[in-house]
Design a binder for this molecule. Structure first.
Ligand code: AMP
Length: 281
C-alpha cells in the first residue's frame, strides 16, 4: 500500500493505476478505523476497483470545537488495517493541503439538508460538501463508497453528485454493528464503560420501531422512543424521526408504498451517536 500526503502525488499515482487498466474506487474516512470502514474497502475490492482510501479529519464539518478536538486519531493503526484489507493507496493530507485558502463555498440542500443532522449540527453538511467535492476532484474515482450508517449524508452526497454532474457512481454499503447491535462508530471508543453498556438500547429501540410500525400510530412510536431513551439515566434523545427514504421528509402516517427509514440521534453522556434502520413493510 502506498501512503500519499499531497494531491499532486495522489494524481500521479492514480494516473499510473489507470494506465494499468481497471476502475478507481474511493473510500473517504476520518480515520480511527473499524470494521464499518473496512467493509467499504472490502466492497470496493470485491467490485474489482483499485482502492484509494483517504483519512482526513475535516475541520469544516465540525460545528462543535470540542468534538473536533476529542475526535479519535490513530493513523499508524489505520494504515495497518487498510494494508491488511488490500487497500492500494491511502491519502492522508494535511489541513494546509486541503485548505490552502479558507473554503468560502456555500452548499444548499433545501429541506433535505435542514432536517435531523442538518438541524442539530448547523453547517455540518456544508463542511461535508466542501471536503467531499475537494476529494472527488483530487481522486477522480469511478466509484465512491459510503456507509448507510450516515443515512442523511449518503442522500446528500447522491444529490450533490447528480447536481454537479460528477461522473461518479455512489455505492451505499450496509451498517456494520457490534455483536450487541450498536452501530460501529469511531466515537464508540470515547464512551465510558457505563455508557457503552447503555448504548445498545439505541438499536433495540429501532428494532422495536420495526415491530410497532403498522400496528400503532407514528406519534405513539415517537412517544415510546422518547420515553425509553430519556427514562434511561445515561441517555438523552436528540431526535427520532421516521422519514421517506428518498426525500427525508418526516411522515406522520405510514403508507405501505413509501420506503421509509427510522433515524435517531442520542447523547450517551457527551458522546453523540446516530443510527438508522430501513423499515420493512
Ligand atoms: P467517518 O470516518 O465516520 O467519516 O466514516 C467514513 C465512512 O464510513 C462513511 O461513509 C460512513 O458512513 C462509513 N461508516 C462509518 N461507520 C460505519 C458502519 N458502522 N457501517 C458501515 N459504514 C460505516
Amino acid at each position: 500500500m502506498i501512503r500519499i500526503s499531497t494531491i499532486q502525488d495522489l494524481q500521479q499515482e492514480i494516473a499510473s493505476l489507470r494506465s494499468r487498466g481497471g476502475k478507481i474506487g474511493f473510500v473517504p474516512t476520518m480515520g480511527a478505523l473499524h470494521e464499518g470502514h473496512l467493509s467499504l474497502v472490502e466492497a470496493c475490492i470485491q467490485k474489482g476497483d483499485h482502492c484509494v482510501a483517504s483519512i482526513f479529519v475535516n475541520p469544516t464539518q465540525f460545528n462543535d470545537p470540542n468534538d473536533l478536538r476529542n475526535y479519535p486519531r490513530n493513523p499508524q493503526r489505520d494504515c495497518e488495517l487498510l494494508e491488511r484489507s488490500g487497500c492500494h493507496v491511502v491519502f492522508m493530507p494535511s489541513e494546509a493541503e486541503m485548505y490552502p485558502e479558507p473554503d468560502t463555498r456555500k452548499f444548499e440542500f433545501g429541506e433535505m439538508g435542514s432536517v435531523m443532522e442538518g438541524k442539530h449540527r448547523p453547517g455540518h453538511f456544508n463542511g461535508v460538501a466542501q471536503i467531499v467535492t475537494k476529494l472527488f476532484d483530487a481522486v477522480q474515482a469511478d466509484r465512491a463508497y459510503f456507509g448507510q450508517k450516515d443515512f442523511q449524508q449518503l442522500a446528500i452526497i447522491k444529490t450533490l453528485v447528480a447536481e454537479l454532474h460528477y461522473p461518479l457512481e455512489i455505492v451505499g454499503c450496509p451498517i456494520i454493528r457490534e455483536p450487541d447491535g450498536l452501530a460501529m462508530s469511531s466515537r464508540n471508543q470515547l464512551l465510558s464503560e457505563e455508557h457503552r453498556k447503555a448504548a445498545p438500547i439505541i438499536y433495540q429501540c429501532l428494532q422495536e420501531v420495526q415491530s410497532r410500525v403498522g400496528t400503532c400510530p407514528v406519534v405513539e412510536i415517537e412517544q415510546y422512543i422518547e420515553s425509553t431513551i430519556n427514562n434511561h439515566p445515561l441517555l438523552n434523545l436528540e431526535y427520532f424521526q421516521i422519514v421517506e427514504r428518498n426525500t427525508l421528509r418526516q411522515v406522520s402516517t405510514i403508507i405501505p408504498e413509501n420506503p421509509l427509514n427510522a433515524c435517531i440521534a442520542v447523547f450517551a453522556g457527551k458522546v453523540r451517536l446516530i443510527d438508522n434502520v430501513e423499515i420493512i413493510l
